[in-house]
Design a protein around this ligand. Structure first.
Ligand code: DLZ
Length: 158
């Protein structure tokens, strides 16, 4: 289902457990900062809403979405970290950069998750335009940051 048919901020409350002792790393790409800061805000609001302590959330920035994988690996290998959320926004341009970055991040994050046996969430928007990105970063289609947070929470309650 496309995200213009589902509000990214809506979710069921299944598989939600006590989150008060969970430690979550949130990695934020600095490219398309207006979008990624909104994703971050949505992520934090949802984590806190479901009982994650602000003191147990570690934020790290990376220059672009391509670097999310290594950032995720550095955080996932830390014993105290229970889940990692990766936030980025790759906007389709006129070159094949888009394809290379999206594929590398999707594969990279999957590998980190399997290697460290922890949820590593793909909170990366891949729109054609900045407007489509903003529509999904707190706009009319909700916030992918909310979705990323609830995904981490549900996987921790698996
Ligand atoms: C180079 C680049 C381009 C063209 N576009 C984006 C983008 O839309 N979103 C994003 O997060 N990062 C972009 N980058 C930067 C790459 O992710 C990466 O930081 C650089 O290629 C350096 O490795």
């Amino acid at each position: 289902m496309a995200s213009n048919q589902k509000n990214l901020s809506e979710h069921s409350d299944k598989n939600i457990q006590d989150m008060s002792t969970k430690q979550i790393a949130v990695i934020v790409s600095e490219w398309n900062e207006e979008v990624t800061e909104s994703l971050y805000q949505g992520t934090i609001d949802t984590l806190v809403q479901y009982g994650v302590s602000k003191d147990n959330i570690v934020r790290k920035n990376v220059p672009g979405s391509f670097e999310l994988t290594l950032g995720a690996q550095w955080m996932a290998k830390q014993e105290g970290i229970d889940a990692v959320i990766c936030l980025g926004c790759v906007i389709q341009g006129e070159t094949r950069h888009f394809d290379f970055i999206c594929e590398a991040v999707a594969n990279g994050i999957t590998n980190v998750s399997l290697k460290y046996d922890k949820p590593v969430v793909f909170g990366v928007l891949t729109p054609n335009t900045q407007k489509q990105a903003l529509d999904r970063a707190g706009g009319k289609y909700g916030n992918k940051g909310d979705e990323a947070a609830i995904t981490a929470i549900k996987m921790l309650g698996f």
